[in-house]
Design a protein around this ligand. Structure first.
Ligand SMILES: [Zn+2]
Length: 267
């Protein structure tokens, strides 16, 4: 699933291509993927200029004068500018003067597009915790929530109601950087560990964005881009030597998800 850094990099790549351009066509190729009546969408955004492209948590938001088109890629959705992926296109957007059309694609057709006039009224955003990169994500908030929770720390980090943007990859990587075992009960963390984890989360997310995130599966524009996948320290590295101590990275299943950690470095 694309997480905060992946969606952030997608948004940054789309901005220079489409911002300020007029939408001349919106096509709901898959009726199931478009959660708002397409007629309502057309009435609101057709022939309107795209004011901006933003991200909230893991959602991409296209801002038009009369409202917002929200794209959620879910597990395997992709943003495609390259027509090679067209058999999996669910939605097509055409902008005047743009070199390429924008497609939301998904082999499993789980990605979703919806329209709203008020982002804060969307149930999906209403329940969402503070975004990792937002100033509302403070150490005080983080510490308070962790101390009150008996959930294991890794599934807690992935709970979007707690903090928005973290999924499996960055939960695993942040816990490694903070030297904390993924299966620790949240309320067993010391103040020092909580602070280390808070810094590690922000750091790994920013590092990933800087290096182009782990984007290969989620963004196609027919070009090759630098990628963060080679810089992941434990994720996907079962039985490989730990970058810090040289011991073996292990893989366990936690909350139904593959979880990687170093039993020597993480306590
Ligand atoms: Zn180690």
């Amino acid at each position: 699933m694309p997480e905060l850094p992946e969606v952030e990099v997608i948004v940054r790549r789309l901005r220079p291509l489409f911002e300020g351009r007029t939408l001349t066509s919106f096509r709901a190729i898959s009726k199931k993927a478009v959660k708002t009546n397409p007629q309502t969408i057309l009435k609101a955004i057709l022939n309107q200029g795209l004011k901006g492209i933003q991200r909230r948590g893991k959602a991409i938001i296209l801002e038009f004068p009369k409202g917002f088109l929200i794209i959620h890629l879910k597990i395997n959705g992709q943003i495609c500018l390259d027509t090679k992926q067209l058999p999996y296109a669910l939605v097509e957007l055409v902008f005047e003067g743009a070199e390429k059309n924008l497609y939301v694609c998904d082999r499993r057709a789980l990605a979703e597009v919806r329209f709203t006039t008020d982002l804060d009224e969307e149930p999906f955003f209403k329940q969402m915790g503070p975004d990792v990169l937002d100033s509302s994500f403070t150490l005080e908030y983080f510490r308070d929530k962790i101390k009150r929770s008996r959930t294991k720390i890794k599934p807690l980090l992935m709970d979007q109601k707690f903090v928005a943007g973290i999924g499996n990859i960055y939960a695993v990587e942040a816990l490694f950087r903070a030297r904390i075992r993924p299966d620790r009960p949240a309320n067993s963390l010391t103040d020092e560990e909580i602070e280390r984890l808070y810094e590690a989360i922000k750091e790994v997310v920013k590092d990933s964005i800087r290096h182009g995130a782990v984007l290969k599966k989620y963004f196609y524009d027919g070009k090759s881009h630098p990628d963060f996948s080679g810089k992941l320290l434990v994720y996907g590295r079962e039985n490989e030597p730990c970058a810090v101590c040289g011991g073996k990275v292990v893989k366990v299943t936690l909350g139904g998800r593959g979880t990687y950690y170093c039993p020597t470095c993480q306590a």
